[in-house]
Ligand binder design. Sequence first.
Ligand code: FAD
Ligand code: SF4
Length: 333
Amino acid sequence: MQAFTFLRANDARQAIDAGARSSTAQQGASVRFVAGGTTLLDLMKLNVETPAQVVDINRLPLAKVEHTHEGGLKIGALVRNADLANHAEVKRNYAVLSEALLAGASAQLRNMATTGGNLLQRTRCMYFRDEHMPCNKREPGSGCPAIDGANRSLAILGTSAHCIATNPSDMNVALAALEARIVIQGAKGERTVPIADFFLLPGATPQHETVMQPGDLITHVLLAPPKNGARSHYLKLRDRASYEFALASAAVVLAADGGRITHARVALGGVGTRPWRSVEAEQALVGQRAGPEAFAAAANAALRDAKPQSENAFKVELAKRCLTHALATVAAA
Ligand SMILES: Cc1cc2nc3c(=O)[nH]c(=O)nc-3n(C[C@H](O)[C@H](O)[C@H](O)COP(=O)(O)OP(=O)(O)OC[C@H]3O[C@@H](n4cnc5c(N)ncnc54)[C@H](O)[C@@H]3O)c2cc1C
Ligand code: SF4
């Protein structure tokens, strides 16, 4: 691990000012915030992240879940994954988020991992995590060995000729289905970014994963009030029952009236280069009778543009089955 200096920030301004001295907030950043440390420290030990300065943000007052005036939730960036998953209001009104968090990592990791850190966790692509291999995301222009190599766990949606890495987070998929908004404080003030605009497709610049700029500090995640009568669910399929990343997952929010679907939000995990909201699936559902036909149509719509890699064609069918099962579960609840 490369040597680095350590700063314990006492307030947000101090953290932002330190972060703003970095030339990028993306891969290769010379200043990194540390929250739970469960992504950052791993990657520093592997020499994939080599910040010259690490800024500890754990003293900032961002560890609360609060109600908003509109009846939604304001989740502090330092709320631990375990606390958020077990929060009474989250369990009651945002089940998809609680279930997604509990499907992630292990109990010990969830006790450390934070909301902000989870949003910004990095891909598990094995080439990205090996400093001796080429990787366009880690070292722009060096190539993407995954395209002709080990890509079983990688993406089939949103890929490019430069990167096919999957966004590995479970929480992010639930937040996509809940249309969360991310509150960011930066060198130029505060802004709120819808999650649909927060993550970037890899295109020709896979080293840029989000809209974060140097000094940007995620302070909160905002959830709108729960939709009247809606139910939600997260289903994760993986190689073993715990402590494993998704091969395919589905987050669904559904409301129906007289058996007809009036509201649908659908996002997929494990298959996309970013948490994959499927407006196509939602359009295939709304107005239809809740049942196998509508669910199959939604699954086909969601995977219509899938581009399987050499080892992961199985994900197309797996993701379809995952989504239809999640929809059937929530409709039957
Ligand atoms: C063995 C293992 C298994 C795992 N399994 C899963 C799984 O199944 N599903 C899943 O979803 N995840 C899984 N994870 C990932 C885990 O969820 C993340 O490591 C965790 O959520 C990151 O949160 P953190 O607070 O520890 O982040 P940190 O490591 O502290 O930070 C991660 C990144 O976010 C930045 N950052 C943190 N907070 C802020 C902020 N407020 N503003 C701006 N930047 C910030 C940091 O600078 C860093 O770049 C696993 C991790 C491990 C190690
Ligand atoms: S898929 Fe992306 S992260 Fe993996 S090797 Fe290719 S460029 Fe790197």
